[in-house]
Design a protein around this ligand. Structure first.
Ligand SMILES: NC(=O)c1ccc[n+]([C@@H]2O[C@H](COP(=O)([O-])OP(=O)(O)OC[C@H]3O[C@@H](n4cnc5c(N)ncnc54)[C@H](O)[C@@H]3O)[C@@H](O)[C@H]2O)c1
Length: 243
């Protein structure tokens, strides 16, 4: 039965969202703000469409020094940190045989080391009073995927780090979960050639790409007290793609 729905609330929670200049990160920042959070969106590049009331900071997630600055300025500005969304990511599609070492290292540096540094710095800031971290992995972390060796394996690492960090941080009241988006309508997917987009769409049981707001709503839920007993979990938001 369809009825009125309610949103998980994030009143006054202070949350950093990486990769917040566009695509999914922008949708996540907007959704968190709508639910009452104080949001700091960060990215290498300027936001496409800045959101009123969301602060923005330039930030390279592969730089430990940048992380120190971002977390310190969130605490200076708002007095504490309650949450982190490790959303920034990078990928180039290539099969194993055409995966050059430099490209593999860059993919791991952004997707794995960037996520590691974010969890490490946020956990240090949240260790006394708890908090929540959501890592945006991908449905390609759920099984082997042809033609995207570096990207897929880096997202397997994000999924694995989520579970290991969740175990180590549980006693500090810090929950760590991952969201695995399926093909979602963002600039990353828009950049695919037309025939490739059509082929991917035809493989989605629900017959359409995800809307970034659907990834954002799941992320907001995992950051909220509605998910207070969920840690080390992964949620597929993929229209049944990898069911
Ligand atoms: N769009 C999809 O279909 C899809 C599916 C599964 C997972 N994902 C994941 O969701 C996340 C968001 O993807 P998107 O589709 O919005 O992609 P996007 O390319 O639009 O956004 C990624 C953002 O990350 C930023 N970024 C890249 N490297 C960075 C760095 N070193 N430091 C800081 N920021 C950096 C980029 O500037 C960009 O704004 C990514 O982690 C991606 O892997 C996307």
């Amino acid at each position: 039965m369809k009825g009125k729905t309610t949103m998980s609330q994030l009143n006054e929670r202070v949350i950093v969202v990486t990769g917040g200049a566009g695509g999914m990160g922008l949708a996540i920042a907007r959704a968190l703000k709508e639910r009452g959070a104080r949001v700091i969106a960060t990215d290498l590049r300027e936001p496409q469409d800045p959101i009123d009331g969301v602060e923005f900071a330039r930030h390279d997630i592969t730089s430990e020094r940048d992380w120190d600055t971002v977390i310190a300025s969130a605490i200076d500005r708002f007095g504490r940190l309650d949450g982190l969304v490790n959303n920034a990511g990078w990928g180039e599609l290539a099969p194993f045989q055409q995966t050059e070492t430099e490209m593999f290292e860059k993919t791991l540096r952004v997707n794995q080391i960037g996520t590691f540094l974010g969890m490490k710095k946020a956990a240090e800031a949240m260790k006394d009073k708890g908090g929540a971290i959501v890592n945006i992995a991908s449905c390609v972390s759920m099984r082997g995927v042809a033609g995207q060796f570096a990207y897929s394996t880096s997202k397997w690492a994000v999924r694995g780090m989520t579970k290991c960090a969740a175990l180590d941080l549980a006693a500090h009241g810090i929950r760590v979960n991952s969201v695995n988006p399926g093909p979602t309508d963002t600039p990353m997917i828009a950049a695919f050639p037309g025939e490739m987009r059509a082929a991917v769409q035809s493989m989605i049981p629900m017959g359409r790409f995800g809307d970034p707001r659907e990834i954002a709503a799941t992320t907001a839920f995992l950051l909220s007290d509605d998910a207070s007993y969920i840690t080390g979990a992964e949620v597929e938001v993929d229209g049944g793609f990898f069911a």
